[in-house]
Structure formats: C-alpha cells, structure tokens
Design a protein around this ligand. Structure first.
Ligand code: IPM
Ligand code: MG
Length: 360
C-alpha cells in the first residue's frame, strides 16, 4: 500500500524557494519507486511571512507544521528585514518555530566527500576522512534564557544582557541524544562547554559525566569551547560526535561545515521528543545570489534525505537521494560554492536536471 506523508514546505527567503523546489522534484521523482506519496503544503516563515502578514511566524504556519509528518525548511533572512525590531525579524520566526515545536535537538553532520576535498580551505591531509556530527541543544541556553533585554541604567547608560541557563532536565535530554547518536556512530562523544568560567557549563559537565555511566560503550571526553574550535581546524578527524549547547553549537557547526569545503553541502535535522522534525540546510538564504540560478541545492536535497531517514523511516529512499548527489559530484558538476579546477561550473537548474536523470 502506498504510504502517504504530509510535508510542510517552508521556502523562506533568498535562494530558499529555488532550492526547495529542487527537493520537491527529487522527492516526487523517487516516490513511486518506494511506494510513497507526498502531500506538500507550503507555509510562510521569515521575511516572506513578514511581507505577507507582518509576523515572521504566523500562527497558521505553526498549525500547518504541527499537522504534518515532517517539515522541510529552506532558509530565512535578508538585508531587507535586517533593521526591523527584533520581534519582527526573520530569525525570530525561526527561533519561534524551534521552540514552538519543541525541537531541542539539532543534528548537524559534517562529512567530507572525497570529491570535494579540494574545495576545503584547509589542507587535504587535515580534512581528508572527516566525518563528524554536531549535536547542538536548540531550545535553551543564552538564545532563550530570561531575563534579557536592553535597559537604561541609573547613570543613563544603556545595558544589554542575556542569560545563559540550563536546567538539569534540559541538559539530560540533549545529552541522551548525544550518547545515542555516538552509539550509532564511532562511539566517541566529546562534550564541549566553558566549565572553567561558567556555572551553567559546570552543571552541564556534571550531568553529562554522570550520564556516561549509562553508556559504558561510549568513550566520553570534555573540551572547553575555545580549545574545541582550535582542535576542529587543527585535527578534525579526532572528532566523532560533539555534544554542545545552543550558542557554542551555532559557532562550532559553522566551523565544522567549512571543513567540508562548502556550507552549501550540509543538511541538518531538528528533532523534538515527539512530533514532526524540521529538516533544513545549514547554510543561510544567500540573498546576494538569489534568483540568479547560482544556488547549490544539494544541502536541501540532503536535508530531504535526512527527513526520509529520521522522521519517515525510509532509509532506502534516503540512500537513493544521497547516491544521486554523489553521482552528480562524481560527474564533475559544481555550483560556484564548491567549484574547483577541472570541474564544470553549473547553476541550480542544471544540478537539478542531473539529479533527476540519476533518479529516473
Ligand atoms: C543557525 C542560524 C540561526 C541560529 C539564526 C539564523 C537564528 O545561525 O541555524 O545556525 O543562530 O541558530
Ligand atoms: Mg548558525
């Protein structure tokens, strides 16, 4: 019997609509081969939502997302909305989506494909073979901590502040995801914090250490975040699974992404305790190249593959998409972000056609 899935599409801004269209095409192409069908519903998020409704996350979008099996998001943001008050900025919509759906666990794999080693800004001998996963806490920490704000002090000077806070239960649930992710990989978990300075990190380290008793098969280590950033560019192969908080994960996942040559290749999954997950490229909306047929749709396609694997439990279909991406790279097709000498520079449309011809 054909299995039907309700997928919410959040194209967002910039190159978002172009790349999500490619993901829809490849999903439709493989659906019959795996006895699947997809009902896609588009909803507004980010700048597009601000322009249409005044809010970066309309209530209707949250409802549509909650009523779906999985959510495919492209990217949000752009110069146009950068100077709006915080409550009306595209980023606020994304953060609201994460917290509204309870997506506390963000999985960001960074795997270097042999075809793209030369696109990395680091030396071949440093990045070859890198295959790591950043498990980032996504609904807590300094991104969401209260109190926060910008207030006038008694001297008339303004003071801006945020609160970096984690409860034990918030730490425990993301640590569990970290240990379980490591168990499915090479069984090495590195927890990253700033316990030499921050109380919130001390609690983080204590809880993670305590939990490691339940996972005797996982080798746990700890690094301070400054050292972790350095180690990521010095010797990235030492890492298997990295577990970290919201802000540190934001920064470290961008570093990890760049090891692979292009942030344009990397997918991510944001998962909650139950309910649909959000699958999105790690890269942003790239407004400077929007609408010019220059965008790399591969991270979006790989995000669709993650969706098939994690939410829809269709690993064979996921593998098919991943193989098509590798096939297109093997044939030498490159968008600008991953171009290197000896390959053919093409646009988003051409990549899409090449993917589809391999999926037929
Ligand atoms: C990311 C982005 C977001 C974040 C922004 C757009 C709010 O940088 O997903 O990494 O900081 O989490
Ligand atoms: Mg980021």
């Amino acid at each position: 019997m054909t299995q039907n899935y309700r997928i919410t599409l959040l194209p967002g801004d910039g190159i978002g609509p172009e790349i999500i269209a490619v993901a829809v095409q490849v999903l439709e192409a493989i659906a019959p081969q795996f006895d699947l069908s997809f009902s896609f519903t588009e909803a507004l998020l980010g700048g597009a939502a601000i322009d249409a409704t005044g809010s970066p996350l309309p209530e209707e979008t949250l409802t549509t997302c909650r009523n779906s099996d999985a959510i495919l998001l492209a990217a949000i943001g752009g110069y146009k909305w950068d100077n709006l008050p915080r409550a009306q900025r595209p980023e606020t919509g994304l953060l609201g989506l994460r917290s509204g759906l309870g997506l506390f666990a963000n999985l960001r794999p960074a795997t270097i494909l042999p075809q793209l080693v030369d696109a990395s800004s680091l030396k071949r001998e440093v990045v070859e073979g890198v295959d790591l996963m950043v498990v980032r806490e996504l609904t807590g920490g300094v991104y969401f901590g209260e109190p926060k704000g910008i207030f006038q002090t008694e001297t008339g000077e303004k003071r801006g502040f945020n609160t970096m806070a984690y409860t034990e239960s918030e730490i425990d649930r993301i640590a569990k995801v970290g240990f379980e992710t490591a168990q499915k990989r090479n069984k090495k978990l590195c927890s990253v914090d700033k316990a030499n300075v921050l109380e919130v990190s001390q609690l983080w380290r204590d809880r993670v250490t305590a939990m490691s008793a339940d996972y005797p098969d996982v080798e746990l280590s700890h690094l301070y975040v400054d050292n972790a950033a350095m180690q990521l560019v010095r010797n990235p192969r030492q890492f298997d699974t990295i577990l970290t908080s919201n802000l540190f994960g934001d920064i470290l996942s961008d570093i990890a992404a760049m090891l692979t040559g292009s942030i344009g290749m990397l997918p991510s999954a944001s998962l909650g305790a139950n309910g649909p997950g959000v699958y999105e490229p790690v890269h942003g909306s790239a407004p400077d190249i929007a609408g010019q047929d220059k965008a790399n749709p591969m991270a979006q396609v790989l995000s669709a593959a993650m969706m098939l694997r994690y939410d829809l439990n269709q690993p064979a279909a996921a593998a098919k998409l991943e193989e098509a991406v590798v096939g297109v790279l093997d044939a030498g097709f490159r968008t600008g972000d991953i171009f290197s000498e000896g390959n053919q520079l093409v646009g988003c449309d051409r990549i899409s056609k090449e993917l589809l011809s391999r999926l037929a």
